[in-house]
Ligand binder design. Structure first.
Ligand code: ADP
Ligand code: DP6
Ligand code: CO
Length: 339
């Protein structure tokens, strides 16, 4: 018997950044975070999982290259899925997984988020796991728990030591603020030097900014940005988003040894956005940068044409590639199933 399922999952771009863990094994964060899930027209992961009695081992290919499946994260995900399985209970089944990102991997565009959300979702379908899967996605990569839902999603840090309350919760569905768009400017598609996992571990251990960030700054921003989303208040949303991005990169810079994810082009984009907003007398678009040099620009639909013209003028040719949040839905979904 052979069973095969293919699913897709979108990336999410944090406006309040998750950076630092209180539990490395269970992937429990030091602060809550909040993101917008992109639509699937542009940045997404597509993963196929096949179970067969003929396979002699579990195996995974990422972007066409065989990866070691014996990493803690893959093994934790497989173990949790199998412990909740209602299908394929026969131990003789192994699984082969093939995953492709249609955007740069490990370049600060949240590939671990769409990647693990997709992996967990496809395995949950294959093994008949029902209920909330965001906690299993979190065990793969923290940010992945937020890609399980569309629209605006928060990851509640939780207080329990077993992680039972460290889950993703949808703050608003994609229909709540359909005018919100994201332009992604790919400055550099190379794999970053310091992975998010390593970077945040070093920051948590050494950056003097971490304590206040987690104790007071982020909790206040979470409350304020949630209210801004509910009110569709782009001025507040944009202001908080840029401040949190700036603070996150300051945390990285004050890490010992310092981590620099931004480059000159990233900083040029930040200046350009500030100048454009100042000239307009209001926030027309807001940048945010994850652990990489690539810019994600949140902006209302009405400003997309003007902002794109601005970016094209400043970066003519193919210096930057752009993606937009399309008009399609932003949900994780099953696209193929054979049995
Ligand atoms: P990013 O900023 O892209 O999220 P990270 O450093 O957080 O970068 O994570 C990159 C790692 O995530 C990759 O090296 C790989 O191990 C994992 N990853 C990325 N895409 C996938 C995928 N489609 N399936 C499984 N794992 C993935
Ligand atoms: C800067 O979720 O990639 O993108 O949990 O170790 O896999 P691990 O890290 P990851 O960290 C994401 C960091 C960030 C901010 C965010 O997405 O909230
Ligand atoms: Co990541």
């Amino acid at each position: 018997m052979l069973s095969s399922i293919t699913c897709t999952a979108p990336v999410n771009i944090a406006t309040i950044k998750y950076w630092g863990k209180r539990d490395e094994k269970l992937i429990l964060p030091l602060n809550s975070s909040l993101s917008g899930t992109l639509h699937q027209d542009d940045l997404k992961t597509t993963t196929t999982a096949v179970a067969s009695e003929n396979f002699t081992e579990d195996a995974i290919w990422l972007n066409g290259k065989k990866e070691d499946i014996n990493t803690t994260r893959y093994q934790n995900v497989l173990r949790m899925i199998r412990s909740r399985a209602t299908k394929l209970m026969d131990k003789k089944h192994f699984v082969h997984i093939c995953s492709i990102n249609n955007f740069p991997t490990a370049a600060g565009l949240a590939s671990s988020a769409s990647g693990y959300a997709c992996l967990v979702y496809v395995l949950a379908q294959l093994y008949g796991v029902s209920g909330d899967i965001s906690a299993i996605a979190r065990i793969g990569s923290g940010s992945a728990c937020r890609s399980v839902y569309g629209g605006f999603v928060k990851w509640e840090m939780g207080a329990e030591s077993d992680g039972s309350d460290s889950i993703a919760v949808q703050v608003a569905p994609e229909t709540h603020w359909p005018e919100m768009n994201i332009i992604v400017l790919v400055v550099n598609d190379k794999k970053k030097e310091t992975s998010s996992t390593d970077g945040m571990q070093r920051s948590a251990a050494t950056s003097p900014m971490m304590k206040e960030r987690c104790a007071t700054i982020v909790p206040q921003r979470m409350r304020d940005i949630e209210a801004a989303i509910q009110a569709r208040d782009f001025q507040t949303f944009g202001d908080i988003t840029m401040k949190d991005s700036d603070d996150f990169h300051e945390v990285c810079a004050t890490t010992d040894p310092a981590i620099y994810y931004l480059n000159d082009t990233s900083r040029y984009i930040m200046n350009l956005v500030h100048k454009y907003n100042k000239m307009s007398g209001k926030i027309k678009c807001a940048y945010t940068f994850d652990a990489g040099p690539n810019a994600c620009i949140y902006l209302p639909e009405e400003n997309v044409v003007e902002a794109l013209a601005l970016f094209t003028k400043h970066f003519p040719g193919s210096d930057l590639s752009t993606y937009y949040r399309g008009s399609d839905k932003s949900n994780i979904e099953k696209i193929e199933h054979y049995q």
